[in-house]
Ligand binder design. Structure first.
Ligand SMILES: Cc1cc2nc3c(=O)[nH]c(=O)nc-3n(C[C@H](O)[C@H](O)[C@H](O)COP(=O)(O)OP(=O)(O)OC[C@H]3O[C@@H](n4cnc5c(N)ncnc54)[C@H](O)[C@@H]3O)c2cc1C
Length: 583
């Protein structure tokens, strides 16, 4: 593991990515070349063409050719063991996150092609089927894209109800039948990891590989109106042999959940990328617009929106960066990522929606214009929170960790920033997806204490202490626990504590300007109070619970006008004109 965090520090100074002055977090030339070539590809395409393709919903053929020609997915998505002599190939979560952010900066559709390839490859790299792994590696080299065939139209998050079947023919082969819905890349994926149940009385889950070229694979339609292809396909007596089967029974089930664990961690960076590009356009527009003889950005509420947006964006990036270290460092005795990944999924994605709202309130009509990236951002930004499990699903998931997080901390060796060139092989060996209640966490308090001298961190600590007391002395009863309208805001409050913890850990590593951190915790305090109000207003809340909620709600962030203005002047207002995509 690389203990050196200079890469993070170097880039941390800039906070937002700037493609024209791009600083990769990656140490190796091969990875930097991937980022640089991708920027060059999009900047050469230019904004007019990028947006025209978006509006005309043109399938990104040239992009798919580009990633094939430059071996980009082959390098990013092939573990070393299967990569032959390519020195740049590895499965590196930090690098994949960085690449996702960059792709989404230019368009969520491009990111989606990468995302669903990641998902499609999950059950393959998790499989004991060596032949299919070798085939995937070869196809990656040939420039293939991949797909994850899990969802069915009528069942949504309820995977238990999967209807696709694999029926044994009696000669050791099978026929697959069923219909899949919402399957990205299903129009061109060379390998579609498809989930079904074996119709032999066992009802075992199984992952098997299908291909869009086969005549028994009916590509019905693109279910969305977009340049990305989110397919509905049907299998009609599609012949499957043992060689096509990736996994069966418990292994197949675990592969579903463990693949989603990988995929859901790759969504936050997409939200970050969208928001960054929108931020540049918004601040450049507003800073140069004069109304009633004054700059729009001189209006206090406008400035506040930009400050809030920028601080939220910086916090998203800090959380995601730190959570990456935990995912890369995970092993069978350290599964803390099972909390940090869904927290990224629900929190980072929802924060980006808030940011676009804040920015759109300022740039108003400009945000509708078809020659802005911003318009694409407004239509895309609400997607990420709904993929790989909705916010509800992820909040319910993280609630399982709440008891151990607050009341049963464990000792762990410190996890250093990890920019190593290692393969993250544990992600394909996560083991059984059960036993979540047994995962333990390091004590959250020391890092908060280390920042206690910042008034808003101290205020937040006060709120956490009351929240913890609420859990201890007036926790949800069984009915409230079962009622998501009660338990969801509780889970949201928990997520803000986890979010704050990792942000502070990253601030420690980067030596982030304390003024920024204090201002970040200004919005954290407000957000925490917001969810306390939701519990307060819930009809089933008891008086004692309301009492705790009122105490949390009535705590306000500590103002510091001088610091606020300093952050605005030093970091935010200077982004006016900082980046404009080539025409
Ligand atoms: C653009 C797009 C691309 C996609 N790409 C793929 C793909 O490539 N491959 C693939 O397999 N799938 C894909 N999906 C499907 C996606 O994963 C599903 O949309 C998602 O699983 C949720 O299903 P649903 O939208 O039908 O919601 P539903 O499952 O019908 O949910 C309905 C409501 O119930 C709530 N809910 C459901 N379960 C729970 C729970 N356990 N706890 C609390 N609340 C719950 C939800 O939050 C929601 O509010 C894609 C979807 C879209 C829109």
């Amino acid at each position: 593991m690389n203990m050196d965090n200079t890469k993070g520090k170097e880039r941390g100074m800039n906070f937002l990515i700037q493609p024209k002055k791009y600083k990769s977090l990656m140490a190796d030339e091969g990875s930097r070349a991937i980022m640089d070539k991708t920027i060059a590809f999009f900047e050469a395409m230019g904004k007019e063409r990028l947006l025209e393709d978006f509006h005309k919903k043109t399938w990104y053929r040239e992009f798919v050719e580009f990633i094939g020609r430059e071996q980009i997915f082959a390098k990013l998505l092939t573990p070393k063991e299967y990569a032959g002599d390519d020195p740049d190939a590895r499965w590196d979560t930090a690098r994949n996150n960085e690449y996702s952010e960059l792709l989404a900066f230019y368009g969520l559709g491009y990111w989606y092609c990468f995302q669903v390839s990641i998902l499609g490859l999950g059950p393959i790299w998790m499989s004991p089927n060596e032949k299919e792994k070798q085939r995937a590696a070869r196809l990656l080299k040939e420039g293939a894209i991949f797909a994850f065939g899990l969802s069915e139209r009528d069942h949504g998050a309820d995977i238990y109800s999967t209807e696709t079947t694999l029926t044994p023919k009696g000669d050791g082969t099978y026929l697959a039948n069923g219909e899949k819905y919402y399957i990205g890349n299903g129009n061109e994926a060379e390998m579609v990891s498809t989930l079904g149940k074996v119709d032999d009385g066992t009802g075992d889950y199984t992952f098997f590989v299908t291909n869009f070229r086969h005549k028994a694979y009916e590509l019905k339609k693109n279910v969305v109106s977009h340049q990305q292809y989110v397919s509905n396909f049907a299998l009609h007596d599609y012949p499957i042999t043992e060689e096509d089967i990736l996994s069966r029974g418990q292994h197949a089930w675990d592969s579903v959940l463990n693949t989603v664990n990988i995929g859901k961690f790759n969504i936050g960076p997409a939200s970050i990328g969208i928001t960054e590009h929108c931020f540049y356009e918004a601040i450049t527009h507003a800073s140069n617009r004069v109304l009633y003889g004054a700059y729009v950005t001189d209006m206090p509420h406008v400035r506040k929106n930009f400050m809030d947006a920028w601080l939220r964006l910086v916090a998203m990036k800090m959380y995601q960066r730190r959570a990456t270290d935990y995912f890369r460092g995970a092993n069978e005795n350290d599964r803390r990522y099972l909390l940090y990944n869904p927290t990224s999924k629900m929190k980072v994605t929802l924060q980006s929606e808030d940011i676009i709202n804040l920015l759109w309130d300022v740039i108003a009509a400009k945000g509708f214009e078809k020659d802005t990236y911003f318009f694409t951002g407004t239509s895309e930004v609400r997607g990420p929170s709904k993929l790989e499990g909705t916010v509800h699903v992820n909040v319910q998931l993280i609630r399982k960790f709440m008891r151990n997080y607050f009341f049963n901390p464990a000792e762990y060796a410190p996890v250093a920033p990890d920019f190593s060139l290692n393969d993250d092989l544990f992600v394909f060996n996560q083991g059984p997806a059960r036993g979540l209640g047994k995962v333990r966490f390091h004590d959250y308090r020391p890092v908060f204490d280390a920042f206690r001298d910042l008034p808003n961190v101290a205020t937040f600590i006060e709120q956490i202490d009351i929240f913890k007391e609420l859990l201890e002395k007036a926790g949800p009863d069984e009915a409230q626990d079962r009622d998501p309208s009660w338990s969801l805001p509780l889970g949201e409050m928990f997520s803000i504590v986890v979010y704050g913890q990792l942000i502070l850990e990253q601030a420690q590593l980067d030596g982030t300007d304390p003024a920024i951190i204090n201002q970040v915790f200004d919005f954290m305090v407000r957000d925490f109070a917001h969810f306390a109000l939701q519990i307060y207003g819930n009809h089933s809340s008891r008086d004692e619970q309301r009492e705790y909620c009122s105490r949390i709600m009535l705590i306000k962030a500590v103002p510091d006008t001088e610091q606020y203005n300093a952050v605005w002047n030093k970091y935010v207002s200077v982004l006016d004109g900082e980046y404009e995509m080539n025409k």
